[in-house]
Design a protein. Structure first.
Length: 254
């Protein structure tokens, strides 16, 4: 289970870190309170702040970091049952984790849908307008096109329901870079059997790790990438992780 904290090392701010989180930097947008930027009612009232933020978060500007490649290594070794992410930056896919192994619980920028006629569009149609500071409109009915990320109050993607079978099957739950503040995603942290160890890798204690830890909980607190690299070292995967990152990021520098 992951959140925005795994992408801060890629240069994408998280939401709630004091001063540096996205929610404390939205003053420049004309919004009543931070979460409004992801609320449908406000979006229909004024879509400009959202599209300005989307332009800042344009996936093409960012690259996965060692944490994303650690999950790729787990997958390559046949150890990843599923990666549940709240992130909309798509960096898990860029790191080579197959979509079948992913649950993008808060949606993705990969596709977009007209808010009036519900026609679906590939993301490139939408990004051309957004990067040119234009509001994307549907060529069929002129309605506003919204990327398929989940706004507060919207249904989560159908794939989120995979948790019903995944979590009872898990023999280890790793939770990284999330404040566990947003439901229903946060409650997944309680969905594994009490006999299953839970590993929290985060700056600070969050969720039930803070108010009611389980006997088999392990917490690695502090800088996320350093702790993921420490975990890789304990597993004897340091070299493999390092060469995977070089092989993949070398791909980008070509
Ligand atoms: N090292 C360790 N921990 C970090 C680091 C780092 N470099 N950077 C951030 N964190 C931690 C923060 O301390 C915080 O506990 O990651 C967590 C990020 O929490 P949030 O900013 O709340 O992000 P997230 O949990 O993903 O938010 C959930 O809220 O607004 C909605 O839909 C949005 O998906 C998002 C959801």
């Amino acid at each position: 289970m992951v959140g925005a904290g795994i992408s801060t090392a890629s240069g994408i701010p998280d939401f709630r870190s004091p001063e540096i989180g996205l929610y404390s930097k939205l003053q420049k947008y004309d919004i009543p309170y931070p979460e409004a930027i992801f609320e449908l009612n406000f979006f229909f009232h004024n879509p400009k702040p959202f599209f300005a933020l989307a332009k800042e978060l344009y996936p093409g500007n960012y690259r996965p970091n060692a944490t994303h490649y650690f999950f790729r290594l787990l997958h390559d070794k046949g150890l990843l049952l599923r990666l549940y992410t709240q992130n909309i930056d798509g960096l898990e896919r860029v790191a080579g984790i197959p979509p079948a192994k992913l649950v993008e619980a808060h949606g993705t920028f990969a596709t977009a849908t007209c808010t009036v006629c519900h026609n679906q569009f590939p993301s490139q149609d939408f990004w051309t307008d957004v990067l040119a500071d234009r509001i994307p409109h549907c060529p069929v009915c002129t309605g506003i096109i919204k990327p398929d990320i989940v706004f507060f109050g919207e249904q989560l993607p159908q794939r989120f329901l995979l948790h019903v079978t995944d979590f009872p099957m898990a023999d280890l739950l790793i939770i990284l870079g999330t404040s566990l503040e947003v439901e229903p995603f946060a409650s997944l942290s309680e969905a594994v059997w009490s006999s299953v160890p839970r590993l929290l890798i985060n700056k600070d204690l969050v969720g039930s790790f803070a108010w009611g830890p389980r006997s088999k909980d392990v917490m690695l607190l502090g800088d996320l990438v350093q702790n993921v690299e420490k975990l890789a070292e304990l597993l004897g995967w340091t070299e493999e992780l390092r060469s995977l990152v070089q092989q993949e990021t070398g791909k980008f520098n070509r």
